[in-house]
Design a protein. Structure first.
Lengths: 124, 124
DNA sequence: CTATTAATGCAACATAGTTGCGTTTATAAA
DNA sequence: TTTATAAACGCAACTATGTTGCATTAATAG
């Protein structure tokens, strides 16, 4: 994995962001630093390295946020909730909120996507 | 709300389906009965009437499934889990699986999207 | 410094979903 | 039964999101 300018900038952007970002939001904030396609590819790379994680927002749009205890070795574990505020539009990780649930016999879970929408504390 | 052919067929299709359907899957199964745009519009109408409910699948694609205790009066309540089998591709409602979780103070939840992916009992 | 190949840019494509507008048709009133 | 009305529809055009192939550029190992 080469340490390119695009990679550095995008990593910086996401790890310092308070909110989760979509590829198009990343592209906008980079303001022409690199091509749209490169944004997608770099985000994919960063995810493989365990630096960021992705999830599908309530509306179906892909979002990325930084990881806290992941790496290429330690596989991603992101069963935590994500919250989408309908007022400010912010989408944030709720790292400490993990849903508990009981599946019927026979289901084997690989991935959990738990997304909430509503009003965040800032907008309340 | 007028009782059109397209509406009847689409309602039939979804309420008798064992799995949740995306607009394009509905379109395919209708085999040219109506326009693609009409599919989207009818699905929206059926949802407003409390006949079907929608959710965002793990991959971000919209899915619809029939409701069991909803109506225009009784608002939608669909906090139940949805399961996406990575082998057969089926997406199903797990009506009896509702996640429990504790949010930090100040969050007001409006919608819950809880989607699981993995292997279903049939494919195990 | 040079060779290798990962990473990039570009163009073209694919899929999902939306919008405006003129036409059709379900329904209720005459 | 006929007619008027607006809900529903079809079509075309558009936006957003994401992907792929291929030629070019540039990070890095030797
Ligand atoms: Mn997260
Ligand atoms: Mn359901
Ligand atoms: Zn907010
Ligand atoms: Zn299956």
């Amino acid at each position: 994995m080469r340490n390119t300018v695009a990679k550095q900038e995008i990593e910086q952007l996401i790890t310092t962001s308070e909110v989760a970002l979509s590829p198009s939001e990343v592209e906008t904030q980079l303001d022409g630093l690199c091509n749209r396609v490169t944004v997608y590819r770099v985000l994919e790379r960063l995810e493989k390295e365990g630096i960021i994680h992705k999830f599908t927002n309530v509306n179906g749009v892909l979002k990325y946020a930084s990881c806290h205890n992941c790496s290429t070795q330690n596989k991603h574990h992101h069963n935590h909730a994500h919250f989408n505020c309908v007022k400010c539009g912010d989408v944030t990780c709720l790292e400490n909120v993990e849903p508990s649930f009981n599946l019927p016999k026979g289901y084997k879970v690989a991935e959990v996507n738990f997304t909430l929408s509503g009003v965040c504390p800032k907008c309340k």
